[in-house]
Design a protein around this ligand. Structure first.
Ligand SMILES: *[C@@H]1O[C@H](CO)[C@@H](O)[C@H](O)[C@H]1NC(C)=O
Ligand SMILES: *[C@@H]1O[C@H](CO)[C@@H](O)[C@H](O)[C@H]1NC(C)=O
Ligand SMILES: *[C@@H]1O[C@H](CO)[C@@H](O)[C@H](O)[C@H]1NC(C)=O
Ligand SMILES: *[C@@H]1O[C@H](CO)[C@@H](O)[C@H](O)[C@H]1NC(C)=O
Ligand SMILES: *[C@@H]1O[C@H](CO)[C@@H](O)[C@H](O)[C@H]1NC(C)=O
Ligand SMILES: *[C@@H]1O[C@H](CO)[C@@H](O)[C@H](O)[C@H]1NC(C)=O
Ligand SMILES: *[C@@H]1O[C@H](CO)[C@@H](O)[C@H](O)[C@H]1NC(C)=O
Ligand SMILES: *[C@@H]1O[C@H](CO)[C@@H](O)[C@H](O)[C@H]1NC(C)=O
Ligand SMILES: *[C@@H]1O[C@H](CO)[C@@H](O)[C@H](O)[C@H]1NC(C)=O
Ligand SMILES: *[C@@H]1O[C@H](CO)[C@@H](O)[C@H](O)[C@H]1NC(C)=O
Ligand SMILES: *[C@@H]1O[C@H](CO)[C@@H](O)[C@H](O)[C@H]1NC(C)=O
Ligand SMILES: *[C@@H]1O[C@H](CO)[C@@H](O)[C@H](O)[C@H]1NC(C)=O
Length: 753
């Protein structure tokens, strides 16, 4: 039996219905409706019930024709109930490319028989620590607002909230007696903070982190946390991790401070981060200071869940079982001393990435240091391909979240395994002794492949694996949301969803990088698997080609599609993938030509031409769409400069270096590469042309291929490119080009299909 707040009031009068609807906890949801559906601000009534669990009922409002009532157990669930109505009945949705909720019919469709929804897990999680650098580092609150509405409506109730961490950390370090110089030599650049927070890197290249940045990010975080809370989400906030400036050892000579391991080939000065061991009393002091200051900044009870990672790609000082248990016991005790309800959230990537170190007894000891089973939440970070819960007896009883890792470095290639993300969570939930409590998205970068994200978040509301074919039909219908959607559009997505997005090869999951984004070389680019995969597991001719042809056919049958931003986005994206895959063939022909016995410098140049031609077509194509522009990324970065040119140049360097060299000397070269207009024309094309010229010249001179020579030459191109200012070079312009995307796609199909 449902007990509903305001039920009695409801019966009394229509005026009081409004009063019941405006339960203060629901103000944020009403504001969302006002923001996205202003024409329907009065149509929706939300009622919080006292029932247990996460469930909602959608029905037609009694006595109010055209009104819709959502009864729900929490504010987050109310948002999900609203979303279910908007998508299933209203046929509209909100996308990363924008909200189309305002296209809800003015006459609201009736629900008829009430619709019930129940979450199968209490936690719906979103973000990875590194998403805050690969995707959101330069976002304004407007961009956050769209993202948070997108999350809230899909029922996410546990988002990570890292923005502005340094503000509070700096206060804590000051209080501990460290100087500004001690601290500034520790902090990393505006596009690299995630890895400083993880203790992978310390310090900056390209200039120290300005205090203006720290202050602006802190102000932004206040807005983000407030909005998350208003929308019924519990932000997962940071805590003190133990990573400290080297100077901490001079100020506290007796403190237990060890040097962390070296990370990703960075020179010692930029890595080997000092780690204050959590059993040292100083750790608890700094933790208490951090949590208290954070509570003062954002509110005492906005969360009790803390993200805290000490060994992400960073192995412990010792593998001794009692040492590991001691570290986690000290860490957890410090959290509970500062917040008696604290729960420690751990990003479980370490157990996969450092699997040989993290044997089961070490994992058990480390997790066991936090007593009881309600003390932690572990993110099983890569559940779709490399789950760890199944080798750790469900994390030895600790609650954990089934997560999809996606978009390595924000790479944009098509990738997804819809089968794994529908059956996987349900099988895990039903496995004997399972302590799984949530599903979530832990993408490194949130770029493209939106269907994958939708499917997983929807799976949280279905106890059986979602039926993909019927799901895709309704997803496409609301994504393009035109009257009489041509069957060809559905057919395009049927093909993609059953092939490209049904990739069950465990060796190239998470993201597919296009080889033209990698530093040119004669070997090592094609068919890569593992952490930087380039292997394409589908037949382009039977998937991408017909999908693109069908989308273009759909547009010919209904020109209204041309005006749908998501349709234009998808056409550009599919054509992008076509050109990316064709580049592989052209590259292989170039290498074969270079290796052939009758090779001449002219034949190398001739074989190189198609590579440049594909990249040039690709740049022109991407230039038509604001979602595929280097200039958008750089403009976002410079936007934080307050008109200070030196600061703008600093921000631009950070933005450029992350997507290219990733480090002063190409330490993680091309890891966060992007398919963006402007990046292709000003960076990838010159790199490939240099490479082609190199092959032609050594052929002419009869010299052997020397990977160091060419690699050094290409590194210099990268360093010069990173130091540039956008807008000053030839062909560099802000914003979309204005070329006709449909004509371009026709040409691409004619040439490359
Ligand atoms: C560090 O320990 C030594 C030896 O126990 C002691 O003499 C010294 O006073 C301590 N220094 C500080 C700063 O606590
Ligand atoms: C840590 O490394 C730095 C150099 O990066 C060195 O100066 C310092 O002495 C080391 N500390 C310890 C405890 O090994
Ligand atoms: C940095 O870490 C590596 C191990 O990852 C170690 O060999 C090296 O000695 C460390 N350097 C310093 C200065 O601690
Ligand atoms: C936070 O919640 C606790 C109870 O869980 C309460 O005692 C405390 O007063 C609250 N703090 C604030 C500032 O609301
Ligand atoms: C682990 O550390 C404990 C406590 O310091 C020590 O007694 C034990 O011998 C160590 N075990 C190993 C295998 O080194
Ligand atoms: C943790 O290690 C410290 C320092 O070695 C020691 O004093 C403390 O007793 C240990 N705590 C536990 C719970 O083992
Ligand atoms: C866990 O599941 C994955 C994916 O199904 C599988 O590859 C792996 O072998 C399993 N591990 C264990 C220990 O069962
Ligand atoms: C934690 O959960 C595991 C597995 O369900 C169980 O064996 C263990 O007893 C629990 N521990 C505590 C302290 O409740
Ligand atoms: C890559 O894999 C494809 C398909 O498995 C194969 O045809 C091709 O020869 C491979 N290329 C290289 C360079 O390994
Ligand atoms: C794919 O189509 C292209 C262009 O028609 C053709 O050159 C190529 O051989 C085809 N590849 C395969 C694997 O069928
Ligand atoms: C081309 O030559 C390189 C050595 O220069 C060799 O490693 C590579 O396997 C050859 N590639 C092909 C496709 O023949
Ligand atoms: C080189 O030889 C190959 C076969 O050995 C032939 O297909 C190709 O046309 C020749 N290229 C030139 C430029 O002569």
């Amino acid at each position: 039996m449902q007990r509903v707040f305001g039920l009695v009031v409801l019966a009394l009068s229509a005026v009081l219905v409004e009063a019941a609807a405006s339960h203060p906890a629901l103000d944020g949801l009403h504001a969302l409706v006002q923001r996205r559906l202003a024409d329907h601000a009065d149509s929706f009534t939300f009622q919080l019930s006292e029932d247990e669990g996460d469930s909602f009922v959608i029905s037609d409002t009694k006595g109010k024709p055209g009104g819709i009532t959502v009864e729900c157990t929490t504010v987050s669930v109310c948002a999900r109930g609203l979303y279910t109505y908007l998508t299933d009945f209203g046929g509209v949705d909100i996308w990363w490319t924008g909200s189309r909720l305002d296209q809800l019919p003015s006459h609201l469709p009736r629900v008829g028989k009430p619709v019930h929804g129940t979450a199968v897990v209490p936690y719906r999680y979103h973000f990875n620590t590194v998403t805050f650098d690969y995707t959101t580092p330069f976002w304004t609150f407007d961009q956050w607002e769209l993202e948070l509405d997108w999350l809230a409506l899909r029922g996410v109730n546990l988002p990570l909230a890292w923005v502005g961490y340094e503000y509070i950390l700096i206060e804590v370090l000051h209080e501990a007696g460290l100087s500004d110089t001690d601290i500034s030599s520790f902090l990393s650049g505006s596009a690299f903070q995630a890895w400083n927070r993880f203790g992978n890197i310390q310090g900056s290249w390209g200039g120290g982190l300005p205090m203006q940045w720290v202050n602006d990010q802190f102000a932004l975080q206040k807005q983000i946390v407030t909005r998350m809370t208003e929308l019924g989400m519990t932000p997962v906030l940071p805590a003190f991790t133990g990573f400290v400036p080297h100077a901490m050892s001079s100020i506290y000579p007796n403190a237990s401070i060890v040097n962390g391991s070296q990370w990703s080939g960075f020179p010692s000065a930029l890595t080997n981060v000092s780690f204050l061991e959590p059993f040292d009393p100083l750790f608890a002091t700094l933790q208490n200071s951090f949590i208290k200051k954070q509570q003062a900044a954002y509110g005492a009870n906005v969360t009790h869940i803390y993200t805290l990672d000490q060994y992400n790609e960073n192995n412990p000082f010792s593998g001794n079982i009692s040492y590991l248990a001691n570290v986690s016991a000290g860490t957890f005790a410090s959290l509970r001393a500062a917040d008696p309800e604290a729960i420690w959230m751990l990003q479980g990537w370490l157990f996969f990435s450092s699997e040989t170190f993290w044997t089961n007894d070490r994992i058990e000891a480390y997790l066991g240091g936090a007593p009881s089973n309600d003390s932690m939440i572990v993110l099983d970070l890569y559940s779709e391909a490399a789950p760890q819960w199944n080798r750790t007896s469900s994390y030895f009883g600790k609650p954990w979240i089934w997560c999809e890792l996606h978009g390595y470095g924000g790479n944009m290639g098509f990738e997804g395994n819809l089968e794994a993300i529908t059956t996987g969570p349900i099988d895990a939930l039903n496995s004997p002794g399972s302590s799984m409590r949530g599903v979530g998205l832990t993408m490194e970068g949130q770029e493209g492949n939106e269907i994958v994200y939708d499917v997983l978040l929807d799976q949280a509301w279905s106890s059986a694996p979602i039926d993909i074919p019927s799901y895709v039909v309704s997803w496409v219908a609301r994504r393009y949301s035109v009257k009489s959607l041509p069957a060809a559009a559905q057919e395009a997505w049927r093909i993609l969803s059953t092939t490209v997005y049904n990739n069950s090869n465990p060796n190239n999951q998470a993201a597919i990088k296009s080889i033209y984004e990698l530093e040119p070389a004669v070997t090592g680019l094609v068919n890569r698997t593992g952490h930087h995969p380039t292997l394409i597991s589908y037949d382009t001719n039977a998937t991408i080609v017909p999908a693109l042809q069908l989308l273009i056919k759909a547009k010919a049958e209904n020109e209204a599609l041309a005006a749908v931003p998501e349709f234009a986005f998808d056409v550009v994206d599919v054509a992008r993938q076509l050109l990316s895959n064709r580049f592989i063939d052209a590259y292989q022909t170039l290498v074969a030509t270079y290796n052939s016995t009758n090779v001449t410098s002219e034949s190398v140049q001739r074989a190189g031409q198609p590579l440049i031609s594909i990249l040039s077509d690709l740049d022109t194509l991407l230039g038509t769409n604001e979602n595929f522009l280097l200039s958008s990324w750089i403009a976002q970065a410079r936007n934080w400069s307050h008109g200070d040119d030196a600061y703008a140049a600093y921000l631009e360097y950070n933005a450029r270096n992350q997507i290219t060299l990733w480090g002063p000397e190409g330490e993680i070269n091309d890891y966060a590469s992007k398919a963006w207009a402007g990046l292709i024309s000003t960076y990838y094309i010159p790199r490939w042309q240099t490479f082609i010229n190199y092959l032609a010249s050594i052929t002419r001179l009869g010299r052997a291929y020397d990977s160091t020579t060419i690699s050094n030459q290409l590194l210099l191109i990268g360093q010069e490119w990173d130091a540039r200012t956008w807008g000053e070079g030839p062909g560099e312009h802000w914003g979309v080009s204005g070329e006709d995307v449909w004509e371009l796609v026709d040409k691409i199909l004619a040439t490359w299909a």
